[in-house]
Write a new protein. Structure first.
Length: 303
């Protein structure tokens, strides 16, 4: 499991490696691809079991110090997503998705960590090795690392935002989560006429997020998503609709009854955020006039 302190480490592993004419795994010789996948499985299995000696067996001899010095975190499951080959199938870059959780105070946040590793053939075997990145993906986008820049004592060559995040991981988590915004907390519909309202979800993170909505059913009421996946710097619309004709078909005369208040929970992956949205249905004006003052609903904004 991952605690908040190393929150940035999986983000730093999204290094961009330069390769000449990369070849996807589907075009690799089957024997080469199978041999690499077996070594990759052995390496990442250590991130599940915590048996680091198993991973050390597939580390290149000239990279053992780098591996011993690297941060090591455990996960629940790791899946190989993509492999690209170079240098006549003697080098490869592997993208792995590892599933685990962040622990922050008393909160456990499920998350998926994209991890990139580099491999080369040494003495006839695929071995893990460390290729120093020149760029990393951070919560604020792509950041350049300057290998020749002077390095103050105790600091790294990452930009100021990453430096600040390492000193204040709680602020970094808030900064990451704040990049997903929902523009409304309440939806207002007419419970006696066909009506519509909508909210918008904005994603300013560098990666794609997925949106899942949970809400109790109601005759004539439906929720429509323009997209279930929202890419970087994209905005998606969620429409909330009430259709009186559909309500009549589903429940007959019950469509005339006052509607209960609902709550739609908008769940975001992989950040595990939940945005509750309250849904209220206005009653007919003639019925509202008959209610005692203390029971009358507050004025609703114009549609």
């Amino acid at each position: 499991m991952k605690y908040l302190k190393p929150f940035l480490l999986p983000l730093l592993s999204l290094a961009v490696f330069g390769q000449d004419a990369p070849v996807p795994s589907e075009n690799a010789p089957p024997a080469v691809d199978q041999a690499l996948r077996a070594r990759v499985t052995q390496f990442y299995s250590a991130n599940i079991s915590g048996k680091w000696r198993d991973a050390f067996q597939v580390v290149a001899d000239d990279m053992q110090n780098e591996y011993l010095a690297a941060s090591k975190d455990t996960y629940d499951r790791c899946d190989t997503i993509k492999i690209t080959y170079s240098d006549n199938f003697t080098k490869a870059t592997v993208l792995e998705n590892c599933h685990g959780e962040y622990r922050w105070h008393n909160s456990h946040i499920p998350a998926t960590f994209p991890l990139t590793s580099t491999w080369k053939v040494a003495d006839g075997q695929w071995c893990w090795y460390y290729l120093k990145p020149t760029e990393v993906m951070t919560p604020w986008g792509l950041s350049t690392i300057s290998p020749d820049a002077p390095k103050p004592t105790g600091s790294t060559n990452v930009d100021a935002k990453i430096e600040m995040a390492l000193k204040d991981p709680e602020a970094m988590v808030k900064a990451i989560l704040s990049q997903i915004k929902v523009d409304k907390k309440e939806i207002h519909l007419l419970g006696y006429e066909t009506s519509r309202d909508e909210i918008h979800i904005s994603n300013t993170m560098p990666g794609t997020i997925s949106v899942l909505i949970n809400c109790a059913p109601l005759p004539g009421f439906r929720i429509k998503q323009s997209n279930t996946d929202i890419g970087p710097r994209e905005t998606s619309t969620i429409a909330f609709e009430y259709d009186t004709e559909e309500a009549k078909r589903q429940c007959g005369e019950c469509y005339k009854l006052p509607k209960p208040k609902l709550t739609a929970n908008i769940r975001i992956a992989p950040t595990a955020q939940v945005f509750p949205v309250k849904i209220t249905f206005a009653i007919p004006p003639e019925l509202e006039k008959q209610l005692p003052k203390e029971l009358k609903p507050p004025p609703q904004p114009k549609q």
